[in-house]
Design a binder for this molecule. Structure first.
Ligand code: GLV
Length: 337
């Protein structure tokens, strides 16, 4: 960025953690949506008209409608590892760069998958409700709130990328047998002793099935009614990837009919999930509002990465977390700056 040039304009769709926002405000002509709730799409479209960059969140739909309104838009920098909310092929076609925030959230997200797993297997959320609502009337009873052992059980990791690997790594500390399913070779997880199997085998043999795939056409309802039927009656499903990877109606049916033991969900087909989602009526369902990467440390690092991607790009360098490298053929940096 040359000092005498006007600063590039950035629209930031939410109040990001200060570590990243401070850099963005110093280096760019930035406008920030300050409300807690997301900006309506029409606001994003309106703001996009005049900006060089959008700093988005996973709850913002960034598609052709936004790009159509944004003749100067050059980059979308998202605070998330997932970017299924962005029409990336459309962005690439138009020469718009797209970045995400991978790696910094891997361990935090894996920790949360484990938090859900432990919570549902050992009935932590139920136990909390039990105490608070005055159901704890007798001192101690051998059958009170029995759950299932985690140590020594079999975990099936669906999608063995960075987060799936980190979940499996934690499982070694619990002396678990680890199975995994992926469509690409994953030597790192195999080095942990994990065994590659097909998805059906994984579902049939696992006591805990933990999902770590991105949302794509191929993974939409990957866990559907048929596949849920393969799971053991005593098995648990954990999903902190993306809601639509699991068919929620089929999941409810499986739980209601006692065909699986429980589920831990941080993500939903619709977010926020409506209060009348029947899953919320079941005690063996542990839920959270899409907070798997929500630690102070990680969210700060994610915001800093958003800033770093913006700074690199507007200095004419390849942004470190570019998700659509083909865009560089459509609109090389040398033509932009
Ligand atoms: C969170 O879900 C993310 O994709 O970072």
């Amino acid at each position: 960025m040359v000092n005498c040039m006007p600063k590039p304009k950035v629209y930031v769709t939410r109040d990001l953690p200060e570590r990243g926002l401070k850099i963005i405000k110093e280096r760019f002509d930035a406008e920030v949506w300050r409300e807690y709730a997301p900006p309506p799409k029409k606001v994003i479209i309106e703001k996009a008209r005049d900006v060089d960059a959008l700093a988005s969140l996973l709850s913002d739909k960034i598609d052709a409608e936004v790009f159509d309104a944004a003749p100067k838009l050059k980059i979308v920098t998202q605070l998330a590892v997932g970017f299924d909310n962005i029409d990336v092929p459309e962005a690439t076609k138009r020469g718009i760069y797209v970045t995400n925030t991978p790696e910094v959230l891997t361990d935090t997200t894996a920790d949360f998958a484990w938090a859900l797993l432990m919570a549902v297997a050992r009935r932590v959320a139920e136990a909390d409700r039990y105490v608070r609502t005055g159901q704890w009337k007798v001192g101690w009873h051998p059958s009170m709130l029995q759950g299932r052992d985690v140590y020594g059980a079999t975990i099936g990791v669906v999608g063995a990328g960075r987060i799936g690997y980190a979940v499996a790594k934690r499982a070694t500390g619990f002396d678990m047998k680890i199975l995994f399913y992926d469509v690409v070779p994953r030597p790192e997880i195999e080095r942990l002793g994990a065994k590659k199997v097909d998805l059906d085998t994984l579902l049939k043999e696992s006591d805990f099935v933990s999902i770590h795939v991105p949302l794509m056409k191929e993974t939409h309802h990957l866990i559907n009614a048929e596949r849920l039927k393969l799971m053991k009656k005593t098995a648990y499903l954990i999903n902190n990837s993306r809601g639509p990877v699991v068919d929620e109606k089929a999941l409810y049916q499986a739980l209601k009919e006692g065909r699986i033991a429980g589920v831990g969900l941080d993500v939903f087909e619709q977010e926020p999930t409506p209060l009348d989602n029947p899953l919320l009526t079941l005690d063996n369902v542990v839920v959270a509002p899409h907070i798997s990467s929500a630690s102070y440390e990680t969210r700060s690092q994610m915001a800093e990465m958003v800033a770093e991607n913006l700074v690199a790009f507007f200095e004419g360098r390849k942004p470190p977390n570019l998700v659509n490298p083909d865009v560089m053929k459509v609109r090389p940096l040398s033509k932009l700056f």
